[in-house]
Write a new protein. Structure first.
Length: 241
């Protein structure tokens, strides 16, 4: 899963929304949303999401994310469902206290991977809630695409491996069948050639050439098409029915 750091030099100094705040200082929500979108198959970076939200009325009060704006950003692939005190859907956004040791609530958003773990955009690290922020205050839950649509690069590699293996197996099976067809056509061809030799109207020169081709076919690899073509030549030459 892609991990974004809101203080990445690529975007840390960019203004968050239409406020004077920066992504580096207060962009935890859009960085977490970017990770959620990336995990759901919607390519996103924090600065790109920020620009889109500005242009499409995705902020209220200057820099507060309108959670449902993600529906439009993702073309309904990821849709906002609710704020909740508990969640059984992961990943989702989790609201925590940035400085839990003080009585003041310093709002911070992370990407919750489970009830125990999260990806923290403050420093781009994977953490446990217990060791960093204590109890989650609330969740922002989104409906995510079906699992089969939410494909990671590793999933793609595994599928490519399986597809290639299936193709290999099918090719082997087809080659086996082709070889069986080729051998059968050779046997039929020999019967046709013998019948053709006994025909009074058979062209001796043609029969001689076909004997050469038949000998070659019995000593060298032959494709199914080549075997069938030779069989037709033999059938025509011997006027065999």
């Amino acid at each position: 899963m892609t991990i974004y750091n809101q203080r990445d030099p690529q975007w840390r100094d960019k203004k968050l929304g239409t406020s004077s705040s920066t992504i580096g200082g207060f962009g935890c929500a859009i960085a977490s949303l970017s990770m959620l979108l990336e995990a759901s198959g919607v390519p996103t970076k924090p600065d790109q999401l920020n620009d889109w939200l500005i242009a499409n009325k995705g902020y209220s009060g200057g820099n507060l994310v309108v959670w449902s704006a993600i529906d439009r950003y993702s073309n309904q692939k990821v849709t906002f469902e609710k704020n909740a005190l508990k969640s059984t859907v992961f990943p989702c956004l989790a609201e925590v206290d940035m400085v839990p040791s003080t009585s003041e609530h310093n709002q911070h958003f992370v990407l919750a991977l489970s009830e125990q773990e999260c990806l923290d955009p403050w420093d781009g690290r994977r953490k446990t809630f217990a060791s960093s922020y204590g109890k989650v205050k609330s969740y922002r839950i989104y409906k995510l695409p079906p699992k089969e649509d939410n494909v990671t690069e590793m999933d793609k590699m595994r599928k490519a491996r399986d597809d290639n293996w299936n193709l290999y197996q099918s090719t082997l099976e087809l080659l086996g069948k082709s070889q069986s067809i080729i051998e059968d056509l050779k046997r039929q061809g020999e019967i046709v050639l013998r019948n053709a030799e006994n025909k009074s109207n058979a062209d001796a020169a043609v029969i001689a050439q076909l004997k050469i081709e038949m000998t070659t076919a019995n000593t060298q690899p032959l494709t199914a098409l080549q075997a069938f073509t030779l069989f037709l030549k033999l059938a025509v030459a011997g006027k065999w029915n």
